[in-house]
Design a protein around this ligand. Structure first.
Ligand code: AMP
Length: 218
């Protein structure tokens, strides 16, 4: 199965992508994770991407397209993949189509995660991340056992620079202007399914499993 998870920042795509990838043995390709790793490792690409990311702006298409093309070539994608956070612009979607066509393949499905704007802001502004093992928590919905401390590795939790109020506003504006047009793009190609992502992680996972089921039994 080759599927794209589409939706505004904070809708929970990443959490669900992680679960789906594990359950169905798919590769998870998250451009946000790949870019954050590059920033941590201070690679040339990471240094170029950092200021865009901190401000909540998109990293240039050429950079992310290169990253994704490289991942798609990896043998881990042979059984299929979940793309989380890519494509985010129409040119990225076009490049993805081309890259898959070169491999004589195509997307099976694009899932559009839908959550109210108010919920998205609450989810993003309360998110806390572990700088060491990358686990994520939430100050209201997924509290760590000890305040501000990672359950998994014991490091101190931090708020991502792009989860601060002003960066959240920019990210949502960027989503509306550059990413939301992909809903129509994929709908016109008859690839789009929508999922109500307003419930708990388990409830959303159940909705999602139903939407994905026809593609898994093939
Ligand atoms: P995410 O974790 O998916 O919210 O991504 C965090 C940040 O990484 C975004 O705000 C962008 O700055 C950058 N980023 C992730 N994916 C893309 C993409 N497909 N195109 C451009 N920038 C991206």
């Amino acid at each position: 199965m080759r599927v794209v998870f589409l939706g505004a920042p904070g809708v929970g795509k990443g959490t669900q992508a992680e679960r789906i990838a594990l359950q169905y043995r798919l590769a998870k390709i998250s451009t946000g994770d790949l870019l954050r790793e590059a920033v941590r490792n201070q690679t040339t690409l990471g240094l170029e991407a950092k200021s865009f990311m901190d401000q909540g702006q998109l990293v240039p298409d050429s950079v992310v397209i290169g990253l994704v093309r490289e991942k798609l070539d990896d043998s881990s994608c042979a059984n299929g993949f979940v793309l989380d956070g890519f494509p985010r612009t129409v040119p990225q979607a076009e490049e993805l189509g081309k890259a898959l066509a070169e491999k004589s393949t195509a997307l099976d499905l694009v899932v559009n995660f839908q959550v109210s704007r108010e919920d998205v802001v609450r989810r993003l502004s309360g998110r806390r991340s572990c700088p060491k093992c990358q686990a994520t928590f939430h100050v209201d919905f997924a509290k760590p056992k000890v305040d501000e401390v990672c359950d998994r590795c014991g490091d101190s939790l931090v708020q991502r620079n792009d989860d601060r109020r002003d960066a959240i506003e920019t990210r949502l504006k960027v989503y509306d202007e550059q990413t939301a047009p992909l809903v129509r793009y994929y709908d016109e190609r008859r690839l789009l399914s929508s999922v109500d992502a307003s419930g708990s992680v388990d409830v959303v996972f159940q909705h999602l499993a139903k939407v994905l089921a026809p593609f898994l039994v093939r």
